[in-house]
Design a protein around this ligand. Structure first.
Ligand code: MV4
Length: 445
């Protein structure tokens, strides 16, 4: 077992990893920026090391500082959480070079999956359905035009180095290709240092369904079923649930097997998520794979009973998976609402401030993952996630009732939150009926 793990993150996910360490008898080391001296993760960890100024690029993204802190504290491993350095192949490699285990996939898998065009090629070779489109990245604008005519409109132009909605364009006509190609390529170049683009046919009113997978370092891969993540606003997820109200058991099994084939083809180990789009006819297409623990992982933990963060740690140690596919089933239904310090009345602008009063809901089937406390000053430098409210019930009806009960009880004073917006969303017919798509929140606004 690892004796000590350094957590290269902040906020609720850092707290989540500290808790897993404590459950497993592992000493935890927090790193924190100058703005996070009073943060919960700084106080809760066994040891804490300041790694620089408030701005993320000077602290939580500073690989040298973080590896230095790991060596100084004699940590055996680094857990990167999500965001920040979690998908950075050079960081994962640097950890290994300094003899510190990176709790995540291999640098090679991170490189492969970071290139969305290569990930799609890997999917095609593994017989995983993909959206009709270009064969990998486009060499130039001329081939983009040719490919666009062949694929047909509407289509999407996406950055090979992108993901999660950055650097994508929707094109309705061939006359738009030239200008969109140069603009998107320049944007991708400045965002990611890589201007390569690929084309996909546009899937209208899709649903976003993702499969959780776990792979060990010996080639065994299983899936832990899906999360339904269609309720997003501008590519920010607001509410996730499992199981998806749309999937038949047959489709669920088929997609799970496809997710496992892809992970195996990528030589993947660790926890990961395979994202699919589903069209109105129920056809599914691989979109991209996220090589990290995700914000919404507790939804899967509640329906499968598996602690994903402790599994990540065991896998990094080289332990074989403790479960076979037939050991995994879905028990009941779970939902997660992301409570953010933001103002839905003003375009969801971030609203940092001090938590003057706080009542956290509880009772049957309720879990809250957060890093706030009464008197805590939410810093303006980081994302606006305050808490994740996660509920479990025997079925969707019970889970929804519990979410409404818990959300109505949640009291955060001193900062504006999206709690009332969530209550509206939970009351929406489309949501109650489980009949929604990635367009639903946009239509609601
Ligand atoms: C698409 C699509 C339709 N067709 N690709 C948006 C973020 C990025 N992860 C991919 N996205 C989309 N890609 C094709 N070929 C529609 C979206 C999309 C979307 C996807 C998932 C969740 C919410 C979304 C909201 C708008 C558009």
């Amino acid at each position: 077992m690892f004796g000590k793990i350094l957590i290269a993150n902040r906020g609720e996910i850092a707290v989540r990893v500290i808790r897993a360490c404590r459950d497993m008898g592992i000493v935890s080391v927090a790193v924190y920026s100058e703005a996070d001296r009073n943060a919960l993760h700084t106080q809760l960890a066994d040891e804490s090391i300041c790694i620089g100024p408030a701005l993320s690029r000077d602290s939580y993204l500073n690989a040298n500082q973080i590896i230095g802190a790991a060596l100084a504290s004699r940590a055996d491993a680094i857990h990167p959480g999500y965001g920040y350095l979690s998908e950075n192949a050079a960081f994962a490699q640097a950890c290994e070079d300094y003899g510190v285990t990176f709790i995540g996939p291999s640098p090679k898998a991170l490189l492969l999956l970071g290139d969305k065009a290569r990930a799609i090629e890997t999917a095609r070779n593994a017989d995983v359905p993909t959206v009709p489109g270009s064969d990998g990245a486009l060499p130039d604008v001329k081939s983009a035009k040719e490919c666009a005519k062949r694929v047909g409109f509407p289509l999407m132009l996406k950055a090979a180095a992108g993901g999660g909605g950055r650097g994508i364009r929707l094109l309705r006509d061939v006359s738009e290709v030239e200008a969109a190609y140069s603009a998107a390529s320049a944007e991708a170049q400045s965002f990611f240092g890589d201007g390569r683009l690929y084309i996909e046919k546009y899937i209208e009113h899709p649903r976003h369904i993702e499969f959780q997978i776990l792979g060990d370092r010996h080639g065994t891969v299983i899936h832990l079923f899906e999360r339904e993540c269609s309720l997003q606003r501008r590519h920010q997820k607001m509410l996730e649930e499992a199981p998806s109200p749309f999937l038949t058991n047959q489709k669920r099994a088929e997609m799970g097997e496809a997710a496992v084939r892809l992970a195996k083809a990528a030589g993947y180990y660790g926890a990961g998520t395979v994202e699919f789009l589903i069209d109105a006819n129920g056809r599914y297409y691989f979109m991209e794979m996220n090589p990290r623990i995700q914000v919404e992982h507790p939804v899967t933990e509640l329906v499968t009973g598996i602690d994903l963060v402790s599994e990540q740690i065991r896998i990094a140690l080289g332990a074989p998976l403790g479960y076979a596919q037939q050991d995994i089933d879905i028990k009941g239904h779970a939902m997660e609402c992301r409570v953010n310090a933001e103002d839905p009345e003003h375009a969801f602008a971030p609203r940092p401030g001090t938590i003057a009063g706080l009542h956290v809901p509880g009772g049957p089937g309720v879990r809250v993952d957060s890093a706030i406390y009464q008197g805590y000053a939410v810093p303006p430098y980081y994302d606006s996630l305050l808490a994740k409210l996660i509920v479990h019930g025997h079925d969707r009806t019970e889970a929804l009732a519990r979410m409404k009960r818990a959300m109505a009880e949640f009291l955060v004073e001193g900062v504006t939150t999206n709690c009332d917006f969530h209550l509206r969303l939970l009351g929406l017919d489309a949501f109650c009926n489980g009949d929604y798509s990635v367009d639903t929140i946009g239509e609601m606004l």
